[in-house]
Ligand binder design. Structure first.
Ligand SMILES: Nc1nc2c(ncn2[C@@H]2O[C@H](COP(=O)(O)OP(=O)(O)OP(=O)(O)O)[C@@H](O)[C@H]2O)c(=O)[nH]1
Ligand SMILES: [Mg+2]
Length: 415
C-alpha cells in the first residue's frame, strides 16, 4: 500500500514474475501489496517484447495492469550507454516519460506512498543503463521517497566483455541515487544452490537453472519484504513498510548502502542449526582470507514455531556476532524481526533471512574497478559508449564514485 515496484529489463521482470507468484500464494501479503482493484502495484519496463509478452500471457494468474507495461522496439545490446541514452530512433527519454506517467498513476493508488522497490540486472543494457536512468528520474520526481534497489551482478567469467563498464556505471549511479542496494551475485547464488544439492545427495548437483536461482532470490526477498508480525499493528493490519523499516535499520548512512542477503528455509530444524546454516551460506571472507567487517544487520525469522525462537535468542545472537565480525563502534548490530505467520512459506517450514551491510562490497567494487580500468586504459570498447553520448568525464566520474565507496567502507570497517 506504500510501495511501487519497478521491474526493468529481462532479469528485473523475470524476478518480478517469480516474486509476484510467491506473493499470490499468501492472502496477507496480497492484502498488503495489491491495490484495491486486486491489481499488482508494479511497473514492467523492457526494451524488448519477449520477456514481458510471456508475463502478459500469464497475466490471468498475475494481475498485471496493462497500462503499466512500458516497451520499446529495440533491445539495448548489453550496453549501459545505449540503455541510459537510447538510440536516435528509440531515445530512452520517451520510455522514462512513459514510466514516470504510469508511476504517477500508481503513486496515486497508494494509501501513503513511501518509496520504490526496483529490480534489474547490473550488466544488461536495459537493466543497468535504463535502470540507472529511471533510478535518477524517480529520485528527481519523488525526492522525499525511498528507493530500495535490488540488483543482480553477472557471473564473473564468460558473459560479456562490456559487463565491467556496465557494472561500473550502474553501481556508481545506484550509489548516487538509491537509498539502499541489495546486491545478489549470480555466481554465489549458483554455488549456494549446487552446495544444497550436494548436501541433499542429489545426483545432478550441478543442475541448477535460472528459475531455481530466481526462486532462491525471490524467497529471500519475500523473507524481508512480506508483512511480518513484529511490524504489524495490534489490530493485525500490516502497513507494508518492511522495506523502509529495513532501510532505516541496516542502511542509515548514505555513504554505506550496499547490502547482502542470505536465506535458509527448513523443515524440522532447530533455530541454532538454522543460524549455523545461515552464517555458512554468507560470504564472510575476502579472496585473501581476510574477514569482512559488518556494520549492521537484520534477521527476519518466520514460521509457526517462532515462540521457541526467543528461548534460543542469546545463543543465536552470540553465533551471529562471532560469524559476522561487527564494527566495534556499533553496540547493537543485530535487529531481529519475528513472524508467527506461515505466510509465503511452504507448509511446516521455517525460514531465516539475514540482510547485512558489510565491507564485502569492497571486493566487488575493486574487481569491477580494476577490470574496467584496464579496459579503459587500453581504450577497449570505448567507441561503443562514445557512440551513445558517454564521454571521458562520465568514465572518470564513475571511477571516482566507486573509489569513494571503497574508501568509505574501508574506513568504517576500521572504525
Ligand atoms: N539471476 C538472474 N539473472 C539474470 C536473469 N536474466 C538475466 N540475468 C542476468 O542478467 C544479465 C543480463 O541482463 P538482462 O536482464 O538479460 O538484460 P536486459 O536488462 O534485458 O538488457 P539488454 O537485453 O541488454 O537490453 C546477465 O548477467 C544474466 O546472467 C534472471 O532471470 N535471473
Ligand atoms: Mg533484454
Amino acid at each position: 500500500m506504500s510501495t511501487v515496484f519497478l521491474h526493468v529489463g529481462q532479469c528485473g521482470n523475470q524476478l518480478g514474475q517469480q516474486f509476484w507468484q510467491l506473493v499470490q500464494q499468501d492472502e496477507e501479503a496480497k492484502r498488503t501489496f495489491y491495490r484495491r482493484d486486486q491489481k499488482l502495484p508494479s511497473l514492467h519496463v523492457d526494451t524488448e517484447k519477449k520477456v514481458i509478452a510471456k508475463l502478459l500471457r500469464n497475466s490471468k494468474q498475475l494481475p498485471v495492469r496493462e497500462e503499466n507495461v512500458i516497451l520499446s522496439k529495440q533491445g539495448r545490446g548489453t550496453n549501459w550507454a545505449m540503455g541510459y541514452h537510447g538510440t536516435s530512433s528509440n531515445p530512452s527519454e520517451s520510455m522514462v516519460e512513459l514510466t514516470l506517467e504510469a508511476m504517477r498513476r500508481e503513486v496515486e493508488r497508494c494509501e501513503s506512498f513511501c518509496g520504490t522497490v526496483m529490480m534489474h540486472s547490473l550488466s544488461g543494457g536495459t537493466g543497468s543503463g535504463l535502470g540507472s536512468r529511471l533510478c535518477e528520474a524517480v529520485r528527481d520526481t519523488y525526492p522525499m521517497a525511498y528507493i530500495l534497489d535490488i540488483a543482480v551482478a553477472p557471473h564473473t567469467q564468460g558473459e560479456s566483455p562490456l559487463q565491467h563498464y556496465n557494472n561500473l556505471f550502474c553501481l556508481s549511479w545506484l550509489q548516487k541515487f538509491a537509498d539502499c542496494v541489495i546486491l545478489y551475485h549470480n555466481d554465489e547464488v549458483l554455488h549456494h544452490l549446487q552446495g544444497l544439492n550436494i548436501t541433499k545427495g542429489n545426483r545432478d548437483a550441478a543442475n541448477v537453472d535460472i528459475k531455481m536461482m530466481n526462486k532462491y532470490i525471490t524467497d529471500s526477498l519475500a523473507g524481508l519484504l512480506c508483512p511480518i508480525t513484529s511490524n504489524t499493528t495490534k489490530s493485525g493490519i500490516s502497513c507494508g513498510n518492511e522495506a523502509w523499516e529495513m532501510l532505516r535499520s541496516v542502511a542509515p548512512m548514505p555513504s554505506h548502502k550496499f547490502l547482502h542477503v542470505s536465506h535458509v528455509m527448513k523443515r524440522e530444524s532447530t533455530w541454532e542449526a538454522m543460524t549455523t546454516n545461515l552464517t555458512q551460506s554468507a560470504v564472510r571472507y575476502d579472496p585473501d582470507g581476510q574477514h569482512y567487517s559488518s556494520l549492521a544487520s537484520l534477521v527476519a525469522v518466520r514460521g509457526e514455531t517462532t515462540s521457541t525462537f526467543m528461548t534460543s535468542l542469546s545463543t543465536i545472537e552470540r553465533k551471529l556476532k562471532a560469524a559476522l565480525n561487527f564494527a566495534e563502534w556499533n553496540p547493537f548490530p543485530i535487529d531481529f524481526w519475528i513472524g508467527n505467520q506461515q505466510g509465503v512459506l511452504p507448509k511446516d517450514t521455517s525460514s531465516m533471512t539475514m540482510c547485512v551491510n558489510t565491507s564485502r562490497i569492497v571486493s566487488t567494487m575493486q574487481r569491477v574497478q580494476s577490470r574496467a580500468q584496464s579496459m579503459y586504459e587500453a581504450k577497449a570498447f570505448l567507441h561503443w559508449y562514445q557512440r551513445y553520448s558517454c564521454d571521458e568525464t562520465d568514465f572518470e566520474d564513475a571511477f571516482s564514485t566507486v573509489n569513494q565507496v571503497i574508501r568509505d567502507y574501508e574506513s568504517a570497517a576500521e572504525g
